[in-house]
Design a protein around this ligand. Structure first.
Ligand code: PYC
Length: 326
């Protein structure tokens, strides 16, 4: 049953935060029971049987296309703090870097974790966070790698676009050679440009090794003068809007490409600036031949709320969602 049976009112508790400008809504109460199994198995159950949770909490009118939601779950391994499944206005994410930083800060706000190291389970694997203070967090992400180097996409509208396809917990097409101006006042045309690329990748059947959609597009350019960063990015997310943060999984995919090209040594710092001016500090370490990204950023709590679902509300499960009642 992909809806929720309730009479009159149903409530969900959520904590909102932002990481480098990108919002995260952590659902701490009122989510469905997903049973046993890995976070990948629970994601499938959430998506197939309880998608109402995603659409009602991140879609309008309660949320927006920018918001990333996350359901906190009990861990499989009791030594871990919890499991987490990330979602957005159109579906589900693998890992989410800014969201994991937001999650750690949220759990600290709730006094459920203290400073130090904590492990979480996500659909693509375990990640470790170090909570440095009430806002600053380092995430050790899942292993990241480049799948295709210098892949040329031929597009009728934009001509040939050359970039790398890489995994950083989500799939990215990373483009450094483009004629776009990476400035905040150029967001509309960057969004349009990357939406075309995303559509063409999909239409032309360009996929990951297991047929995965390449659903994030990442452009790189010079960092702004006073940021102290190595590069600035613009990341188009699957829901069609840009990441306000430098994107933790996108920065991880970038690190994998840089290390594989010999442009960044394991352990050296890479500062990635976002189009909105926030910066993640990143480095890659090598473990058993795999590239393991570490991403450091800060999150801030922006709200603590009870979301109400009203049985007579036609938009109870979100506007335009497949779960919409009217
Ligand atoms: O920080 O990994 C990230 C992310 C993915 C989508 C939005 N943010």
């Amino acid at each position: 049953m992909n809806s929720l049976n309730f009479t009159e009112q149903y409530s969900i508790k959520a904590i909102d935060s932002h990481t480098g400008g990108e919002p995260t809504r952590i659902i701490i109460q009122g989510g469905p029971e997903l049973g046993e199994g890995s976070m990948a198995e629970r994601l499938a159950r959430l998506s197939n049987n309880h998608d109402w949770l995603r659409s009602s909490t991140v879609n309008e009118p309660r949320g927006s296309e920018v918001l990333v939601g996350a359901l906190l779950c009990p861990p499989v391994n009791p030594a871990n703090i919890g499991g987490v499944i990330f979602f957005n206005n159109v579906g589900y994410l693998g890992m989410c870097g800014h969201g994991t930083i937001g999650l750690a800060v949220t759990l600290a706000f709730l006094k459920r974790i203290s400073l130090g190291v904590h492990c979480f389970e996500t659909p693509p694997g375990e990640v470790t966070v170090t909570l440095h203070d009430s806002n600053r967090v380092t995430v050790i992400n899942v292993p990241s790698y480049r799948y295709r180097r210098a892949f040329t996409l031929q597009t009728p509208e934009l001509g040939n676009i050359c970039g790398d396809i890489a995994w950083g917990g989500n799939w990215f097409f990373l483009i450094s050679e483009h004629n776009q101006r990476l400035e905040y006042d150029n967001i509309d045309s960057l969004t349009e440009y990357t939406r075309i690329i995303r559509r063409e990748l999909d239409l032309q059947g360009v996929r990951g090794p297991q047929g995965e959609l390449i659903d994030h597009i990442e452009l790189f350019g010079p960092a702004s003068k006073n940021s102290g960063a190595d590069s600035c990015n613009f990341v188009l997310c699957p829901g069609g809007v840009y990441d306000r943060s430098p994107c933790g999984t996108g920065t991880s995919a970038k690190l994998a490409c840089l290390v594989e090209d010999g442009k960044l040594l394991p352990g050296d710092v890479w500062r990635q600036e976002s189009i909105s001016g926030s910066v993640f500090e990143a480095r890659a370490i090598l473990r058993k031949g795999q590239i393991i990204p570490e991403i450091t950023g800060s999150a801030y709590i922006t709200g603590e709320s009870t979301l109400w679902l009203n049985a007579s509300d036609p938009f109870c499960f979100g506007i335009g969602s497949p779960n919409q009642k009217s």
